[in-house]
Design a protein around this ligand. Structure first.
Ligand code: ADP
Ligand code: MG
Length: 711
């Protein structure tokens, strides 16, 4: 703590210009945490892959890689069949070796406790030299591992600790268990965590004192140490989660504040282009309302920061087009950003079709546009001959200069973060108006959490004439009937998705389930069955998708990889196995794969046989409504925030430390705290503000801090 206070003191005595410089740089105090993990003791090439898979590149990554559970080690001096299944710690003496009969059989070290009871220490897949060296005969060792019954015998497979007796005390009774990856053991991970902790400095306190006192949270470094030592320490975890949420809220507030301070351009188109649109339909009331709200914002000189929420198919594109044309009518340009190249091309096509016949130049720019084409587009943007640019993040690159960017639309699909939005804002002398579109039906109560203080427009009404999706719930025990129905559907020319359940939280088991299902369906449907899962390589996946899109395969067995972006209108049946194991929001997204063509569609939810009350209610809700917002709201009531958001969040919603439960419990305090800091406590230049700045850098919200430079 003292170190932190000193650094604040010295900062605040610097002249203003020096402080202004300081703003852009990570505080020195954090440097040890941002050291590369390759500098750690014992980290060689063998660990490179497993660490990379876990996303552990720097000390801070390891520090925030908190244990997920723990084992309580039963310390004993007597082997006991009654302890089978427990992790024990015991003094044992190796008495004999048993080599395996074949190359694949394990090597066994027979060992005895002080009372003459025996156990086999089992080593798979190693040459016997290593266990022999580790466990010489007749030398007592302290050994820890999970005791298992093997017939009438006891065994420990791959003991987790083998130590000389005098080091027995170094093994803790409660040991943290980390998320691991092949090639990285828990012991190594514990050692890395210890090294990361050793680098973690005491940091100045950024939490508002009365909140800190009320919650009785430990100081940051203490909290970190405690969370590693005892995964059950809820208070320490809560403090760390709070820090992350606070950093997020503060960053959002800074963005908001700086965009308020920035001057934008008041845009009021005269309607001449919009009057020329020949739409085959009338806008829904919800679309009209959203368009009105956006026009109102754009007319202000303060840049708009608005979120447009609308379920898949609710017609967000039309709203975006109206806003873009509003800008073009006023002599300004518009840009529309999509998360992937495919979606960018789709948008480009759609906008051009909708605006055909209008004197509006709509161009595209992605990583694929190169050479002359790219040059021409860049020129057109700079000289103003291009009115609307659609693209991927390529439209942010340094070389891209707009003559007069008035509006940026971000079709977010949950992928873009605050940083990108700000980059976009920096593209123009005057900040452009921003419209962020999302299809994620986040309940009202959670919107603020993820989008901060954006204004929100909602498309809570679907365009008329949608083909209905009938949702049915059936017991999985009626699988034969389901397959018969599938056969009738396919024989009648239809196509169908078959989604396999999440088996635990692992991709491998999802994949196995999908492969097994595909195999069994092939027995009946032969080559008409395709398969796609997350572990497939890109081209292989593309090929499977293409075959289905071209109707060469009729049934696509899939894991949840088809959740977003898949559009095969001819497929009007989706069967979801183990539906009770999915989050409702996810089921809703999956169901959105059908109902896209001219045929009525069906969604068959297969459930387990013994369902609890809540699961029943949830599936009933799916049957009852197609309204994504309602589903999200109800799911929130039924199962809590964690389930609504699912396990796979992305974009800025991605939290390293805070669970959705933390989020729900702490976000209001964090927002208030951030407010107080900015409004009452003197902002980032005050002593607490300096500490908060450290917190922002700790969670890599550098861009938000950088924003202040412009003032
Ligand atoms: P999303 O919100 O998922 O981006 P889209 O903008 O792609 O939805 O719209 C989905 C479909 O609905 C498109 O085919 C679009 O032309 C159509 N659509 C949009 N608005 C209306 C409307 N008011 N009436 C009828 N169809 C509409
Ligand atoms: Mg869309």
């Amino acid at each position: 703590m003292s170190m932190g206070l000193q650094s604040i003191g010295c900062l605040s005595h610097r002249p203003a210009w020096a402080r202004a410089r300081q703003i852009d740089m990570r505080p020195d105090i954090l440097n040890p945490l941002f050291a590369e993990i390759s500098l750690f003791k014992g980290v060689g090439p063998a660990l490179a892959r497993p660490l990379e898979r876990l996303g552990l590149a720097r000390a801070v990554d390891v520090a925030f890689h908190l244990p997920v559970s723990w084992v309580d080690r039963h310390l004993t001096d007597r082997l006991d069949l009654a302890d089978a299944g427990r992790v024990i710690g015991i003094m044992l003496t190796p008495v004999d070796y048993r080599a395996g009969g074949s190359a694949r059989a394990p090597f066994r070290v027979l060992a005895a406790d002080a009372h003459g009871n025996g156990v086999a220490l089992v080593y798979f897949g190693r040459n016997s030299g290593w266990p022999r060296k580790l466990l010489p005969l007749n030398e007592a060792k302290f050994i820890s591992g999970k005791l298992e019954a093997y017939g009438d015998n006891l065994q420990i497979v791959h003991p987790d600790h083998v130590l000389p007796p005098e080091e027995a005390g170094t093994v803790p009774a409660r040991e943290s268990v980390y998320g691991l990856s092949e090639g990285l053991t828990n012991n190594r991970m514990r050692d890395l965590a210890a090294q990361a902790l050793a680098r973690a400095p005491d940091l100045p306190e950024w939490i508002e004192p009365s909140l800190l006192a009320r919650k009785q949270w430990p100081a940051w470094r203490d909290a970190l140490a405690r969370a590693h030592a005892d995964p059950g320490d809820a208070q320490a975890r809560e403090r760390l989660a709070y820090d992350e949420i606070f950093a997020g809220q503060l960053a959002l507030m800074l963005v908001r504040q700086s965009s308020r301070r920035r001057r934008g351009v008041s845009i009021q188109g005269d309607g001449r282009l919009r009057a020329m649109l020949k739409l085959p339909f009338a806008p829904t009331d919800a679309q009209r309302r959203a368009i009105g709200e956006i026009e109102g914002d754009m007319a202000q000189a303060t840049p708009m920061l608005r979120l447009l929420q609308g379920d898949v198919g609710s017609g967000k594109t039309l709203v975006a087009l109206m806003a873009l044309l509003n800008a073009v009518e006023a002599g300004m340009q518009g840009a529309m950003l999509a998360p992937t190249e495919i979606l960018a091309r789709q948008h480009h096509e759609t906008l051009r079709k909708m605006a055909s016949g209008l004197p509006v130049e709509i161009a595209i720019l992605t990583g694929r546009e190169k050479g002359k084409v790219r040059e021409a587009t860049l020129m057109g943007l700079a000289d103003g001959s291009i009115d609307i640019l659609v693209g991927t993040h390529a439209i942010f690159q340094e070389a891209v200069r707009y003559k007069a960017l008035g509006l940026a639309v971000i079709d977010e699909q949950h992928r873009f973060g605050v940083a990108q939005r700000m980059m976009l804002a920096s593209k123009a002398e005057r900040s452009p108006h921003l419209l962020v579109m999302t299809a994620t039906p986040i309940p009202r109560t959670l919107t603020l959490t993820y989008y901060g203080e954006m204004d929100v427009s909602r498309l809570d009404e679907m365009p008329p004439g949608r083909q209905p999706i009938q949702t049915l719930v059936m017991a999985a025990s009626r699988l034969d009937e389901v397959v018969d129905a599938l056969a009738r559907h396919v024989d009648g020319g239809g196509q169908a998705y078959w989604v396999c359940p999440l088996v635990e939280e692992s991709e491998t088991s999802d994949q196995a389930a999908a492969e097994a299902r595909a195999e069994s369906l092939k027995m009946r449907f032969g080559e008409r069955v395709g398969l796609v899962h997350g572990r497939m390589k890109g081209p292989e996946k593309d090929a499977a998708m293409e075959a289905f899109a071209a109707n060469r395969t009729r049934i696509l067995v899939a894991t949840t990889v088809i959740e977003v972006g898949v559009d095969v209108p001819n497929s009007s049946l989706i069967i979801i196995e183990g539906a009770d194991r999915f989050g409702l929001a996810q089921l809703h997204q999956l169901r959105g794969r059908v109902g896209r063509g001219d045929k009525p569609s069906t969604c068959l939810l297969l459930r387990g046989n013994a369902l609890g009350e809540t699961s029943r209610a949830r599936l009933a809700l799916m049957r009852e409504t197609n309204d994504g917002f309602r589903i999200a709201e109800e799911d929130l009531k039924l199962r809590g925030a964690g389930e609504v958001l699912g396990t796979r969040q992305s974009g800025e919603a991605q939290m390293k430390l805070a669970t959705p439960e933390h989020m729900a419990a702490l976000v209001d305090s964090a927002r208030d705290d951030a407010h107080l800091l900015i409004e009452r406590d003197g902002g980032l230049d005050s002593p607490r503000g300096q500490a908060a700045r450290t917190c922002l850098y700790l969670f890599e919200k550098d861009a938000a801090v950088g924003l202040l430079r412009g003032g």
